[in-house]
Ligand binder design. Structure first.
Ligand code: F6R
Length: 613
């Protein structure tokens, strides 16, 4: 949510910043802007709409060469997405430029204070006040870093602020609270960004900042302090993926690339975690065996697609470990006074590791004495850093806003955890957990087989492109798959879509069925006790005129006469079926959005990494 880039060094700052913004545009694309320091002046450009608008302007009216620059791509919170509200925001004398990600909660009070001092605010943003507060603070502070520390102490809410000053060439200063910021350490140059993707083509050495820290960047140095100026030691790490991983690599869309990468993402997430005998080992699960043995309740908190992976995990966790498991939308969790004890394990699932709702839910859980296990795809991000233990998914960078490969790897990580618990605690079905672990190890190949069916799925999309609404039905783990199919269609093709537990249909939603309404149905393997029940559900909707698109295991002929279209899935145990059944639904939504001419990688109103509550 908002992409931030800063650079100081011998290269053309403008080029580095625009390149970084291009890689971060998935975080927000309502407007984009840049500021560079040039000969004692700040030069700034900003433009509503996608980065391309700004780039067009820059090519017709180039900016000056500079060694120091900052850039921003916005997901609007305060104020409409227009040129004026785009970042950077400047102080009245134009000497200070500020970019910001997050929400400053005491903005109204500070704005009124500034107005009473005669400051004229040009935008509706909460960010602009920081430029004016800094300008006033510079009159009493020794330097820009000190002024930013003082101002940061006055702000509440979430913010990453990056600042440059006209009189300080070769200096970029940033403050962080509850919003992502990572430093890229180069040789004689340094970078700042919301995400390593922005600078990965220049350096792989990164430093993740902690909460309430200020970083001072010069070409040679990276100095980190708290908001009071006390020095803070930082941990440098190497980013494990390279720039090519964040490129489209021959695909038209990041989403198509990421769908195609799913077999590898799943294989990488399993790598080294299941041995030949089916025994699961989990690196990073630094929880004491006594604590693991004491867990009597698991609560999963997550949002959106990650929440759907949590819903799937619940079935596996309860089945294999017999530990009660609840799944809760992170945004609701802490507001209903949940019962948490030291014996409660909270699992926070997040691709980005920065989702504010999930972060706040897990912080609340820790305050109440529960321990938190993060399942996360982003090394060093806030959620794993603040958790007691972490299982990393190894999906690689996910750039398309709609989550695909991260979802499948989240399911895999949850399953690994469930199996690990089943194998390490007494009194559960260890043999079955081993058997299924060996099955899980074959899933990457099976996902590869499903990808071969995409041509047929695309044809179905062509036939249904004018539908007004689409329903998705499933039971057991097929229910969250149905919800995920509907979510994807909503966010990408802007269509009405709903996922239902198929058994619930007759309690109300069946009234929606009318002639020609497309209904996707996820059918469990024939060996599953719910198989015949869902076949009946297919008949019920078909009898009322629905067009049925049935996802069923290869060789399952029981559905043939009730299906208008059949999408075949490889054989696998019922609990693992979401790993194959989700893939055609991802392809369907992607194709529908493409046929409708929508921007698949950057759907309207959305942003990757939702860092506001
Ligand atoms: C949908 C999607 C979102 C995210 C949600 C949580 O395709 O991507 O629903 O799943 O915003 O994000 P993370 O996993 O980063 O916490």
């Amino acid at each position: 949510m908002c992409g931030i880039v800063g650079y100081v060094g011998p290269r053309q700052a403008l080029e580095v910043v625009v390149d970084g913004l291009r890689r971060l545009e998935y975080r927000g694309y309502d407007s984009a802007g840049i500021a560079v320091v040039n000969q004692g002046k700040i030069e700034s450009r900003k433009k509503a709409g996608k980065l391309a608008n700004l780039e067009d302007e820059l090519s017709s009216e180039p900016m000056s060469m500079s060694s120091t620059g900052i850039g921003h791509t916005r997901w609007a919170t305060h104020g409409a997405p227009n040129d004026v509200n785009a970042h950077p925001h400047l102080s009245e004398d134009g000497s200070i430029a500020v970019i910001h990600n997050g929400i400053i909660e005491n903005f109204a009070t500070l704005r009124d204070e500034l107005r009473s001092q005669g400051v004229e605010l040009l935008s509706q943003t909460d960010t602009e006040i920081v430029a004016h507060l800094l300008s006033a603070q510079m009159k009493v502070s020794e330097n820009l870093p000190d002024a930013l520390r003082q101002v940061a102490q006055r702000l509440t809410g979430a913010f990453t602020l990056v600042v440059v000053h006209a009189d300080s060439p070769d200096l970029v200063v940033a403050a962080r609270r509850n919003s992502p910021l990572v430093v890229g350490r180069g040789d004689g140059e340094n970078f700042l960004a919301s995400d390593v993707a922005a600078f990965i083509s220049f350096t792989r050495n990164a430093i993740e900042l902690g909460q309430d820290q200020v970083v001072v960047l010069t070409p040679q140095d990276v100095l980190v302090t708290d908001f009071f100026g006390n020095h803070v030691d930082v941990l440098e790490y190497e980013v494990t993926w390279d720039a090519a991983a964040a490129e489209k690599g021959g695909f038209d869309l990041f989403m198509l690339k990421e769908i195609a990468e799913q077999p590898k993402a799943v294989a990488d997430t399993l790598l080294g975690r299941i041995d030949d005998s089916g025994t699961v080992t989990l690196d990073g699960l630094e929880l004491e065996p006594e604590y693991l043995a004491s867990i009597d309740k698991i609560v999963i908190v997550a949002c959106g697609t990650a929440y759907h992976s949590g819903m799937i995990a619940k079935y596996a966790i309860e089945h294999w470990t017999r530990i009660a498991c609840e799944v809760e939308l992170a945004s609701e969790f802490r507001y209903r006074d949940p019962i948490l004890r030291p014996s409660t394990l909270v699992i926070a699932i997040s691709q980005s590791g920065e989702t504010m709702d999930t972060l706040m839910a897990m912080r609340y859980a820790r305050e109440q004495g529960a321990k938190v296990l993060a399942i996360c795809n982003s090394n060093g991000s806030t959620i794993p850093r603040e958790s007691d233990a972490v299982i990393y998914t190894h999906a690689g960078p996910e750039i398309a806003v709609a989550s695909t490969k991260a979802f499948l790897t989240q399911i895999v990580a949850c399953y690994l955890f469930a199996m690990f618990m089943a194998q390490s605690r007494g009194g559960v079905d260890k043999a079955a957990a081993r058997e299924i672990a060996l099955e899980l190890a074959t899933m990457a190949h099976k996902i590869d087989l499903v990808l071969d069916t995409v041509v047929g799925v695309r044809e179905i999309a062509k036939e249904l492109v004018d539908a007004n609404s689409v329903l998705f039905l499933g039971r057991s783990v097929g229910f969250p798959v149905a919800l995920e199919g509907a979510l994807k269609l909503k966010e990408l093709a802007y269509m009405h879509a709903e996922g239902f537990a198929a058994g619930e249909l007759k309690h109300g939603p069946i009234a929606l069925i009318e002639d020609g309404l497309p209904v996707f149905v996820v059918v469990p393997p024939p060996t599953d006790e719910l198989h015949d029940k869902i076949v009946s559900n297919i008949q019920e909707v078909r009898a009322r005129g629905a067009k049925t698109i049935v996802l069923a295991e290869e060789g399952d002929s029981s559905i043939d006469e009730f299906a208008d279209h059949i999408i075949r899935l490889p054989k696998c145990p019922a609990l693992l079926q979401p790993l194959v059944a989700t893939v055609p639904l991802q392809v369907f939504s992607c194709e529908m959005a493409t046929l409708k001419g929508f921007d698949v990688d950057q759907p309207r109103n959305l942003a990757k990494s939702v860092t506001v509550e």
